[in-house]
Ligand binder design. Structure first.
Ligand code: FES
Length: 108
């Protein structure tokens, strides 16, 4: 497949434990499970240099471990201050148990 990036096995991602993926050339990613769906966002909080995979997933939201701001995992929209800038999200494909995203054309 062209223009897609393989991230991880779907089975590696459990709800409540965001999975960290690093691929050269793009920002670090966080992979989440919500019910039976997989979602991918940038891993770094937009408020500071915090790793969101070390934060707290509560249903469809991820809370930053630094200052307690949070984002919607599905949309990337900030839902609690001090986060005010959206988090980049990526369309996900799961094929034969492997999680892929389209190769980002620009970094966010
Ligand atoms: Fe994430 Fe401040 S760095 S809320």
């Amino acid at each position: 497949m062209k223009n897609v990036l393989r991230l991880c096995a779907e089975s590696e991602v459990t709800e409540g434990a965001p999975f960290s993926v690093e691929i050269e050339g793009i920002p670090p990613l966080a992979v989440y499970r919500i019910d039976d769906e997989i979602y991918v966002t940038n891993r770094t909080c937009t408020h500071g240099d915090a790793d969101l995979t070390e934060g707290f997933q509560e249903g469809g939201e991820i809370e930053c471990p630094f200052h307690g701001g949070s984002f919607s995992i599905k949309t990337g929209e900030p839902v609690n201050l001090p986060c005010s800038k959206p988090l980049t999200t990526y369309p996900v494909k799961v094929i034969d148990g492997i999680v892929y995203i389209e190769k980002p054309t620009r970094q966010g």
